[in-house]
Design a protein around this ligand. Structure first.
Ligand SMILES: Cc1ncc(COP(=O)(O)O)c(C=O)c1O
Length: 366
């Protein structure tokens, strides 16, 4: 019940144990086609340019940045937690001119702030993290694609800990590129980064003057393995077992349905906060509309030992809770409500862990 990896669905683990197919054999290409259909559904796009990157969320981040930008171009990074800072670090390594647009931890960017940055810096790309797992904020993305396009920029979004748990509409919101992670709401082990490029983003990639600086993440080559350009060529060995896992995870998303997933995560987030509030605990994110439902940040009250409470939860109930990360280190607990773990029983177990953990420190009476 930390910010991930969440427990994987047993159906996904069983799928992963199936015998290996050759990664260039037609039956395996069929599995890849089915994965792409599943990705189109969870991303809410009709774009042909979807795939899994062989790596975790960071690999997806690096793939998007190195493919979307050439050295000397500018990226504006919406930096409101550690993910913006990491994207800035990566872009800098690729010779991209980085504008670090900072925001106090726990807050989100307004449209007016982003518009001012687009006007001033005229970037090729604007980066935003939808669900920031280091602070527990949820950045609203509606309308931002249109805004970026009006200023000649592409919109790149991190959805590693939010995809599947909160609404996301790649086409309707005009998103140009997006990466996510397998090990959070999607309910698979870590090791695959779902990725999406819009037509606009693909055009930019195809018209580059320089090759993407990473061979491993070159989407001209990876796309050619995923059939983006009408053929299939070997780039690297597809992660056969991991792709089985993702096919099953996406199948489950389809069975439950996105609306059902979003509603379940929101309901459990609200139920958990009812219980936490009754114990006198407070959210780190002041504005309810900015609170991420998949990763919840809970302020550590004065005089409470957060690490001791986490140890108590693990030792007593086998429940994993996490402390803060980056700007929230020592200031919050982080509790994940994600995918297979998103059940009323698990939320109840989290509440029991906090209740009894606080009592054990003499910080809660009744
Ligand atoms: C929002 C966000 N972005 C990126 C990442 C990095 O993903 P990974 O650890 O899978 O590389 C994480 C991981 O927790 C995340 O929560």
């Amino acid at each position: 019940m930390g910010p991930g990896p969440a427990n994987a669905n047993p159906r996904v683990l069983a799928a992963q144990a199936m015998p290996l197919l050759g990664h260039m054999h037609p039956p395996f290409f069929k599995i890849m086609d089915e994965i792409q259909a599943g990705l189109r559904y969870v991303f809410q796009t009709s774009s042909e340019y979807t795939c899994l990157i062989s790596g975790t969320g960071h690999a997806g981040m690096e793939a998007c940045i190195t493919n979307l930008l050439e050295p000397g171009e500018t990226i504006v990074i919406g930096d409101k937690g550690i993910w913006g800072a990491r994207a800035a670090d990566m872009a800098g390594r690729f010779g991209v001119n980085v504008v670090d647009l900072k925001k106090e931890a726990g807050k989100t960017f307004t449209i007016a702030e982003l518009e001012a940055a687009l006007k001033e810096h005229k970037p090729a790309v604007l980066f935003l993290c939808q669900g920031d797992s280091s602070t527990g904020v949820h950045q609203n993305l509606a309308g931002l694609g249109e805004l970026c396009h009006a200023h000649g920029a592409l919109l790149l979004v991190d959805t590693v800990c939010s995809l599947g748990g909160v609404p996301f509409f790649a086409d309707a919101w005009g998103i140009d590129a997006m990466y996510s992670g397998s090990q959070k709401v999607l309910g698979a082990p870590p090791g695959a980064a779902p990725l999406f490029f819009s037509e606009r983003a693909l055009k930019k990639l195809r018209e580059r003057k320089t090759k993407p600086m990473s061979y491993n993440w070159d989407l001209n080559l990876i796309g050619d393995y995923w059939g983006w350009f009408g053929s299939r060529s070997y780039h690297h060995t597809g992660m056969v077992s991991m792709w089985y896992a993702m096919r099953e995870a996406l199948q489950i998303m389809g069975e439950v349905g996105l609306e059902g997933m979003w509603a379940r995560h929101k309901r459990l987030h609200e139920d958990m906060w009812k219980g936490l509030t009754a114990m006198g605990l407070e959210p780190f994110v002041a504005n309810p509309a900015d609170r991420l439902v998949t990763v919840n940040t809970i302020k550590v009250p004065e005089g409470v030992d957060w690490l001791a409470l986490n140890k108590f939860a693990m030792d007593t109930y086998n429940v994993e809770l996490a402390g803060g990360l980056g700007p929230t280190l020592g200031r919050v607990w982080r509790v994940g409500i994600m995918g297979y773990n998103a059940t009323p029983a698990n939320v109840e177990l989290v509440l029991t862990s906090f209740r009894e953990g606080l009592k054990a420190q003499g910080k809660l009476k009744a």
